[in-house]
Design a protein around this ligand. Structure first.
Ligand code: ATP
Ligand code: MG
Length: 658
C-alpha cells in the first residue's frame, strides 16, 4: 500500500455528457424513473432482511422455505436463506415447463461453422435430466466436484445444469486454457470427473481439448479424477482410455428423462470458478446455491428487463463468470431466450457479431470493452453493412469502458437510441453490483452509474473514511449481498485477508474491498479508475490508469492504450503508455508528440506520458482484460515474473520486448 496514508487517487478526467432515458425506454421498463429506483434502494436499506426475504420467495421456487434471510454472525462468512431447500436447475427449467413455457426457446446456439440449434425449455430439461443420470452412472454423487473444459456448445450449459441438478458443484475451466492451467484447477478443486469435448473451433482453428485433458491427467498427476465424459464436436481422432473415458453420445441419450432435482440446502456449493488473473494468481471463488441463484435472477431482470418475446445475447464464454451468470443462470432462471455463439469476430469474418444480430433479430446485446475497442479499430464500415435495428439495449462488462468507446458503441451499434448499461462487477460478486437501470437512471459515458438496490457501495481512503466528491479511493461494499462469494476454495484465510481485512473495519464492521479504485461525482455516480494495484505515483500524485488511457483513446489515431508506472529517481514514477493505433494511422515522431500534448490538454500536464510505445497488441487475459502487471515489468526493464498462465498470447510479450 502507499506510504501516503490518505491514499487518495487524484482525478483528472472530466466527462460531462449525460444521456437521459428516452420516453420509450421509460414506458416499456419495469422500473420506471429514478423515484422508483430510489424507493427500492430505500426499502433495501431500511430493512434488508425483509427486502431480500421477499425477493427470494418471489424470485425462486422453494421445496422448503428458509428460516432466516441473512446470518452474519460470523463475518466474513455469510449464510443466506438458511433452512431453505431449492435447486438451481429446477428454477432454470422445471418451473417454466410447469408454467406452460415448455415450447419456448431457451437456447439459440450458433456453431462456428454456421450450424444453428434451437432448444426449447422442455428439450433442455430432458437433456439435463439425461445428463444428470449419466453423471450418476459414472459415479458422481452430491457434493462431488466436476470440472468442465468445453467449447461453446449447448452441452456446456446442459452439463452445468446437470451438475446443479444432482448437487455436484462444477468448476468450469475456460476451453482456451492450457493443460497445465487445467491441471492446477482440477487439483485445486479435487475434481472427480471431467466433462470435455474431442475439440473445439476457435478463430479458424481447432483446439484439441481431449488431448489437453489427457496431458493434464498424464502420469497420475490428477489422482482425484475417475472419469472423463467426452462430447463429439470436431470428430478429430483422439485417444480413449477404457474404463475412464466415455462418449457423451453413447452414455447420455441412453438415459431416462426422469431425474428429480435434488433438494439442496441454500448454502450448498453450486460452483467454484477461478478469477481471470489480471492482477495475479487466480483465486478459486466459491458460490453457493440460493444466494447466487437469486442474485443472477434479480440482476438479470433489473438490468436487462427482457420481455417474453425478446432475444438476448451475451458474447462471453461460459468459462467466465459472465457466462455463468448472464448466458446460463440469469437468463434461464427468468425463462428468457439466450443466445450462445461458438465463434468470435476475426479477420476472416469481422462482421460475425453483426451478422448474428441481424439474422436472429437480437434485442439485447452484452459484450466487453476489449471487443468494442477492436471494432473501433477496424472501422464502422463493417457494422454499417448490417441491419442492427432489432437492438434495444446494449451492455458492457469486464473493464472500465473509455468514454470514446462508449460513445462509439452507442452511435455505431446502437443507432444513438439504445441505452447502454455499463455493468461493474466481479467473479467474487456473483452478479452485477453497479449499473444503470435503463428506464430509471440517466447514463454518463464511462460511468457504471449507481449501485443496484441493496448494494451499499462507497469510496474510502486507507483508514476507511469516506472521501470527498470526485476524490479517488478504494471501492468497498459495506453490507453483505446474496450473490457474494462465500470463500476462496480451500483457503478461508485468504478470503478473509484479501477481501475483508485489506482495509480496516468501518464503524466496527468488516467491509468488502473489491481491488478497484474509483471516485464518485457530485451526483453520486461511480467512476471506476482502475485496479489499485495499478495506481501510478507521479511526484506524490496518485493517478488511476483509466483516466490517462481514456484521454489517449479519445485521440483519433488511438485504438487502445495501457498505462503503467516505471521507477523514476525524481518523480517516484514516470508514466509509460503502450498504445495501439486505429487501422490506417501512422506511428511516427509527430504522432508521439501529438499524443503527449493531447493528454496534457485533455486532462493536464501531470498526466502527460513520459514515454509512449507503439505496439500491435497489448497483453491480455484470455477473457480480454489488459494485464498491466506484465507491462509494468517490461517498462522497468525487468524480467516478467509471477503467474502468466492466464495470458492470452505469449507472442505479444516477445513483440513488446523488441
Ligand atoms: P484477478 O482478480 O485474478 O486479478 P480479475 O479481477 O480480472 O482477475 P474478474 O473477476 O473476471 O477477474 O474481473 C473483475 C474485475 O474486472 C473488476 O474488479 C474490475 O477491475 C473489472 N471490471 C469488470 N467490469 C467492469 C466495469 N463495468 N467497469 C470497470 N471495471 C470493470
Ligand atoms: Mg479481481
Amino acid at each position: 500500500m502507499s506510504s501516503d496514508s490518505s491514499a487518495k487517487i487524484e482525478t483528472v478526467l472530466q466527462e460531462e455528457r449525460v444521456f437521459n432515458p428516452s420516453d420509450e425506454t421509460i414506458n416499456r421498463a419495469s422500473i420506471k424513473g429514478f423515484a422508483q429506483y430510489q424507493k427500492m434502494v430505500n426499502s433495501a436499506k431500511s430493512d434488508p432482511q425483509k427486502f431480500w426475504g421477499e425477493a427470494a420467495l418471489e424470485g425462486l421456487h422453494w421445496f422448503k422455505p428458509f428460516n432466516t434471510v441473512l446470518d452474519w454472525t460470523d463475518p466474513p462468512f455469510a449464510r443466506w436463506f438458511d433452512g431453505g431447500k431449492t435447486n438451481v436447475s429446477y428454477n432454470c427449467l422445471d418451473r417454466h415447463v410447469k408454467q406452460g413455457k415448455g415450447e419456448k426457446i431457451a437456447i439459440i446456439w450458433e456453431g462456428e461453422p454456421g450450424e444453428v440449434r434451437k432448444i426449447t425449455y422442455k428439450q433442455l430439461l430432458e437433456q439435463v435430466c439425461r445428463t444428470a443420470n449419466a453423471l450418476k452412472e459414472i459415479g458422481i454423487k452430491k457434493g462431488d466436484l466436476v470440472a468442465l473444459y468445453m467449447p461453446m456448445v449447448p452441452e456446456a450449459a446442459v452439463a452445468m445444469l446437470a451438475c446443479a441438478r444432482i448437487g455436484a458443484p462444477h468448476s468450469v475451466v475456460f476451453g482456451g486454457f492450457s493443460s497445465e492451467a487445467l491441471r492446477d484447477r482440477i487439483n485445486d478443486g479435487q475434481a472427480k470427473a471431467i466433462i470435455t469435448a474431442d475439440g473445439g473451433f476457435r478463430k479458424d482453428k481447432i483446439i484439441s481439448l481431449k488431448n489437453a485433458v489427457d496431458s493434464a491427467l498424464s502420469g497420475n498427476s490428477c489422482p482425484s479424477v475417475e472419469s472423463v465424459l467426452v462430447v463429439k464436436r470436431t470428430s478429430e481422432s483422439i485417444s480413449f482410455s477404457p474404463g475412464r473415458d466415455y462418449w457423451w453420445h453413447e452414455l447420455v441419450p441412453a438415459q431416462s428423462i426422469d431425474c428429480p432435482a435434488e433438494e439442496m440446502d441454500s448454502e450448498d456449493r453450486l460452483f467454484v470458478l477461478y478469477t481471470s488473473g489480471s492482477t495475479g494468481k487466480p483465486k478459486g471463488v466459491v458460490h453457493t446455491t440460493a444466494g447466487y441463484n437469486l442474485w443472477a435472477h434479480m440482476t438479470f431482470q433489473w438490468i436487462f428487463d427482457v420481455r417474453e418475446e425478446e432475444i438476448y445475447w451475451c458474447t462471453a464464454d461460459v468459462g467466465w463468470i459472465t457466462g455463468h451468470s448472464y448466458i446460463v443462470y440469469g437468463p434461464l432462471s427468468n425463462g428468457s431466450t439466450t443466445v450462445m455463439y461458438e465463434g468470435v469476430p476475426r479477420p476472416s469474418n469481422p462482421g460475425a457479431f453483426w451478422d448474428l444480430i441481424e439474422r436472429h433479430k437480437i434485442n439485447i446485446f452484452y459484450t466487453a470493452p476489449t471487443a468494442i475497442r477492436a471494432f473501433m479499430k477496424s472501422g464502422r464500415d463493417i457494422p454499417d453493412k448490417y441491419n442492427l435495428k432489432s437492438l434495444r439495449l446494449l451492455g458492457t462488462v469486464g473493464e472500465p469502458i473509455n468514454p470514446e468507446a462508449w460513445i462509439w458503441y452507442r452511435d455505431v451499434i446502437g443507432g444513438n437510441s439504445c441505452p447502454i448499461v455499463d455493468t461493474w462487477w466481479q467473479t467474487e460478486t456473483g452478479g452485477v453490483m453497479i449499473s444503470p437501470l435503463p428506464g430509471a437512471i440517466p447514463t454518463k459515458p464511462g460511468s457504471a452509474t449507481l449501485p443496484l438496490p441493496g448494494i451499499e457501495a462507497e469510496i474510502v481512503n486507507a483508514e476507511g473514511k469516506s472521501v470527498d466528491v470526485n476524490q479517488g479511493g478504494y471501492l468497498v461494499i459495506k453490507h453483505p449481498w446474496p450473490g457474494m462469494m462465500r470463500t476462496v476454495h480451500g483457503n478461508p484465510q485468504r478470503f478473509r485477508e484479501s477481501y475483508w481485512e485489506y482495509l480496516p473495519p468501518i464503524n466496527g464492521s468488516l467491509v468488502y474491498f473489491a481491488g478497484d479504485g474509483a471516485r464518485r461525482d457530485k451526483d453520486g455516480y461511480f467512476w471506476i479508475m482502475g485496479r489499485v494495484d495499478d495506481v501510478i505515483n507521479v511526484s506524490g500524485h496518485r493517478l488511476g490508469t483509466m483516466e490517462i488511457e481514456s484521454a489517449l483513446v479519445s485521440h483519433n489515431s488511438v485504438a487502445e492504450a495501457a498505462v503503467v508506472g516505471k521507477p523514476d529517481d525524481i518523480k517516484g514514477e514516470a508514466i509509460v503508455a503502450f498504445v495501439t493505433l486505429e487501422s490506417g494511422a501512422n506511428h511516427n515522431e509527430k504522432l508521439l508528440t501529438d499524443l503527449k500534448v493531447h493528454v496534457s490538454t485533455e486532462i493536464g500536464a501531470i498526466a502527460r506520458p513520459d514515454e509512449i510505445r507503439f505496439t500491435n497488441s497489448l497483453p491480455k487475459t484470455r477473457s480480454g482484460k489488459i494485464m498491466r502487471r506484465l507491462l509494468r515489468a517490461l517498462a522497468a526493464g525487468e524480467e516478467v515474473k509471477g503467474d502468466t498462465s492466464t495470458l492470452e498470447d505469449r507472442n505479444v510479450l516477445d513483440e513488446l520486448r523488441k
